[in-house]
Design a protein around this ligand. Structure first.
Ligand SMILES: NC(=O)c1ccc[n+]([C@@H]2O[C@H](COP(=O)([O-])OP(=O)(O)OC[C@H]3O[C@@H](n4cnc5c(N)ncnc54)[C@H](OP(=O)(O)O)[C@@H]3O)[C@@H](O)[C@H]2O)c1
Length: 335
């Protein structure tokens, strides 16, 4: 298979190369694309040296699958062109996710949707949404879904290499002096200092006070689950963690279900690893580098019927991005 990666030098793109190698995807030819800044550099993959190129007309000719992780503008520009040149595009940006002609896929939840791709583009959902919908689909199978309220604790790598760099520099004391308390270092993608802080803003605010990330979690959850009326609310928070997003999910079910039955449904669901007991809860530091969705702290609400609380953790660069995209590629190639 001829695979292209657009954004091959970024946080997600580099992880995609790792995941392709780890899962022994049969890649006969690899095209690696990035910006002018990286063009000409070489990357070693699977025992071969691949030279980074800038995308141009013809870059996707002969490519079977193009994995995109170079931001929304590049996806809008190059997605249709790559599809015209014959590649199936699996896009990590938010550019195409809510387009009705583009399937938004988490293989464990709605993998069958991969087959319907009239534009030749398949979208990978938002990172926090992916890990949450895997857990929600398990709950849904056991007892249906009536309402979802989520709070996220999102790592800085969710904002790419510049997010990681901002945390590293602030942790080393850079920018702390002479600045207004709470101001970030120059070049930070965050609106506040992230080291030693908790910032309840991921993306810009809209007129109603919701952030872009919160709107993504609401809209994408409904699209993936094909429940357009499902009540969903989210509060998205950036925390000073390098890799791994955590999501606290309150879910109200449609039908009565015991806590034990719910736990069993989560254990049985593909792609979920359940904590063995309350003390075995997952944390981002412990699960970074893993491909599964980790669930712990599952509790029945003490006051509200059919209401449960779950702690859901996953590596945002893996299941939240690269692993999910490579799983889609594997399904496309019949794996
Ligand atoms: N980080 C996450 O957890 C996560 C999760 C899900 C989805 N995503 C999405 O995935 C995409 C990439 O995120 P990231 O975190 O990997 O960002 P990143 O670390 O900033 O990497 C961005 C990549 O895009 C490339 N790029 C930038 N401008 C370009 C241009 N004009 N032409 C070609 N390539 C260009 C960069 O190449 P150079 O190195 O040459 O500049 C780099 O390879 C974004 O759309 C993001 O929303 C990210």
């Amino acid at each position: 298979m001829h695979v292209a990666v657009l954004g091959a030098t970024g946080a997600v793109g580099r992880t995609m190369l790792e995941v392709l190698a780890e899962r022994r995807v049969a890649v006969d030819r690899l095209t690696l694309l990035a910006s002018e800044r990286s063009a000409g550099r070489t990357v070693e993959w699977g025992g071969r040296e691949v030279t980074l190129e800038v995308p141009r007309a013809g870059s996707f000719r002969g490519v079977d699958v193009a994995l995109f992780s170079a931001g929304g503008d590049r996806s809008r520009e190059w997605g249709p062109r790559a599809a015209d040149e014959g590649a199936v595009v699996i896009d990590n940006s938010s550019a195409w996710r809510m387009d009705p002609q583009v399937p938004l896929v988490v293989p464990e939840v709605n993998g069958a949707r991969i087959a319907e791709r009239p534009l030749g583009i398949i979208a990978n959902p938002n990172c926090s949404t992916i890990q949450m919908v895997v857990a929600l689909q398990a709950v849904r199978k056991a007892a249906g879904l009536a309402r979802v309220v989520a709070t996220t604790y999102q790592s800085v790598s969710g904002a790419g290499e510049t997010g990681r760099e901002a945390l590293r520099r602030e942790e080393h004391g850079e920018g702390a002096r002479g600045l207004k308390l709470g101001a970030p270092v120059d070049g930070s993608p965050f609106t506040r200092r992230i080291a030693g802080n908790v910032v309840p803003q991921v993306g810009d605010f809209d007129a109603e006070g919701w952030t872009v990330e919160e709107r993504k979690m609401i809209g994408e959850t409904r699209k993936i689950l094909e429940l357009p009326e499902l009540p969903v609310a989210a509060t998205c928070v950036r925390v000073p963690v390098d890799v791994g997003h955590s999501v606290q999910v309150m879910v109200e079910t449609e039908r009565e279900v015991t806590l034990d039955a719910l736990r069993l449904a989560l254990v049985a669901f593909p792609g979920i690893l359940m904590a063995g007991g309350p003390e075995a809860f997952p944390t981002p530091l412990e699960i970074a580098g893993r491909n599964e969705v980790f669930v712990g702290r599952v509790r029945a609400d003490p006051d509200r019927p059919r209401t449960f609380h779950l702690w859901v953790v996953a590596d945002n660069l893996r299941k939240g991005a690269a692993t999910n995209a490579v799983q889609i590629l594997e399904r496309l190639s019949g794996g």
